[in-house]
Design a protein around this ligand. Structure first.
Ligand code: NAD
Ligand code: MG
Length: 349
C-alpha cells in the first residue's frame, strides 16, 4: 500500500485567513517557520522569553515579537518550537494557562504529546507539522521556491477545523510543494526516535567509528582511515539521496558493488536486526523516553559524560586537521557547544 501525499492543491490557505500564528522559540525550526509563514502572507507573532538572545534577530527580520504568554493569548494557532526537553516547562508556565477554546496547539515532533508530558485541555485542537529536514534547509529551499517534505497529524480536533488548519500551515511553510504525508503522533514519534538511533545518528556514528578503529588498530594510517570511513561517506549518501541504492550501485565500481552484496550483510547481520527490534521495543514501551526524561531531570550527568567521552575521539582530531585544509567543504569545528568556522592552515581566511 502506498501512502497518500498531499500537495499545494490539497491544502486551502483560507483555513488560516484572519488568524494569527504564534511561533514559540526562534531556533533551527522557529526562524524558518516564522519567516516562511510571514512571507506566505500569514500573520505571525514570535513568542520569546524577555531576555532571549533571539529577540533582536527576529525583530531585524521584520517579525513582531512579544513575551511567550502574550503571543499565546493573541494567537489562534500556537506552534511550540523550543527544544523538546524544554517544552513541558514552557508549556506549564507560559502556554497552558493562556490557552482558550478553539485554538490550535501545534508541534513539529510528537514526543511530549505522545509520552504524556503535555496534556492540553479538551477544548483545544492539537496538531503537528514535522518537516523532514533541519531549519536552515526548510528556510533556504522555501526561498528558492521549493519545499521540504513533512509529516502532518491531528491528535485532537475539538473545533472541526484542525485538519484544514494543519494542512494550511504545512502549505504556508512550503512543505506541500514537495508533499506532506499524514501520520499519527505515535507513528511520527516512534519512527523519528528509531530513525535517529538506528541509522541517522547512532548507527552511522557507531559504524564509522568502528570501521575507523578497525583500520587504525590494524596499522593503517589514521588520515587514510578518515578519508575511507568518514569523508567518502558524503559522496555515497549524495548518490542515495538522488537515486537510491540502485544509483549508488550504478555509480560505484563493480568491485565495490560485489563487496557491498557479500560483506554488507555479514557486518549488519541478524544480531543487528535483533538489537534494532529491541531498541524499537524500548521506544514503543516508553522506556527510552522515561530514561531520557529522568536524565534531564537529574542534571544530565550521564549525557555529559557520554558527550565528553566521544568528543576527542581520534577520528575527530584527525578529521579536524584534514578538513581545515579543505575550504571547499566549508569546515566547522564545535568548541564549547558552539559551531564555528574552522581555523585554516594559513593561506586562506
Ligand atoms: P533549537 O534547539 O534550535 O531551539 C529552539 C529555540 O528555543 C532556541 O533558539 C530558543 O529561542 C528557545 N529555547 C531554548 N531553550 C529554551 C528554554 N529552556 N526555554 C525556552 N525557550 C528555549 O530547537 P529546534 O531544533 O528548532 O527544535 C524545535 C522543535 O522542532 C522540536 O520539537 C524538534 O523535535 C523539532 N524538529 C527539529 C528539527 C531539526 O532538524 N532541528 C527537525 C524537525 C523537527
Ligand atoms: Mg527526525
Amino acid at each position: 500500500m502506498t501512502a497518500r501525499m498531499y500537495y499545494d492543491n490539497d491544502a486551502d490557505p483560507s483555513a488560516l485567513q484572519g488568524q494569527t500564528v504564534a511561533i514559540i522559540g526562534y531556533g533551527s525550526q522557529g526562524h524558518a517557520h516564522a519567516l516562511n509563514l510571514h512571507e506566505s502572507g500569514v500573520d505571525v507573532v514570535v513568542g520569546l522569553a524577555p531576555g532571549s538572545k533571539s529577540r533582536p534577530l527576529a525583530e531585524e527580520a521584520g517579525l513582531r515579537v512579544t513575551d511567550t504568554a502574550d503571543a499565546v493569548s493573541s494567537a489562534d494557532v500556537v506552534m511550540i518550537l523550543v527544544p523538546d526537553t524544554a517544552q513541558k516547562d514552557v508549556y506549564d508556565r507560559e502556554i497552558g494557562p493562556n490557552l482558550r477554546d478553539g485554538q490550535l496547539l501545534m508541534f513539529a515532533h510528537g514526543f511530549n504529546i505522545h509520552f504524556g508530558r503535555i496534556d492540553p485541555p479538551g477544548n483545544v485542537d492539537v496538531g503537528m507539522v514535522a518537516p523532514k529536514g533541519p531549519g536552515h534547509l526548510l528556510r533556504s529551499v522555501y526561498q528558492a521556491g521549493g519545499g521540504v517534505p513533512a509529516l502532518f497529524a491531528v491528535f485532537r480536533d475539538a473545533s472541526g477545523t484542525a485538519r484544514d488548519r494543519v494542512l494550511a500551515y504545512a502549505r504556508a511553510l512550503g512543505c506541500t510543494r514537495a508533499g506532506v504525508l499524514e501520520t499519527s503522533f505515535a507513528e511520527e514519534t516512534e519512527t523519528d526516535l528509531f530513525g535517529e538511533q538506528s541509522v541517522l545518528c547512532g548507527g552511522t556514528a557507531a559504524l564509522v567509528k568502528m570501521a575507523f578503529e578497525t583500520l587504525v588498530e590494524s596499522g593503517y594510517q589514521p588520515e587514510l582511515a578518515y578519508f575511507e570511513t568518514m569523508h567518502e561517506l558524503k559522496l555515497i549518501v549524495d548518490l542515495l539521496y538522488r537515486g537510491g541504492l540502485n544509483f549508488m550501485r550504478f555509480s560505484v565500481s563493480d568491485t565495490a558493488e560485489y563487496g557491498d552484496y557479500v560483506s554488507g550483510p555479514r557486518i549488519i547481520d541478524d544480531h543487528v536486526r535483533r538489537t534494532m527490534k529491541q531498541v524499537l521495543a524500548e521506544i514503543q514501551d516508553g522506556s527510552f523516553a522515561r530514561r531520557w526524561i529522568e536524565e534531564n531531570e537529574s542534571g544530565r550527568k550521564e549525557f555529559e559524560r557520554l558527550r565528553a567521552q566521544d568528543r576527542d575521539h581520534q577520528i575527530e582530531q584527525v578529521g579536524a586537521a584534514l578538513r581545515a585544509q579543505m575550504q571547499f567543504l566549508n569546515p566547522v569545528t564545535v568548541v564549547a557547544g558552539q559551531a564555528q568556522a574552522a581555523a585554516t592552515g594559513g593561506s586562506r581566511s
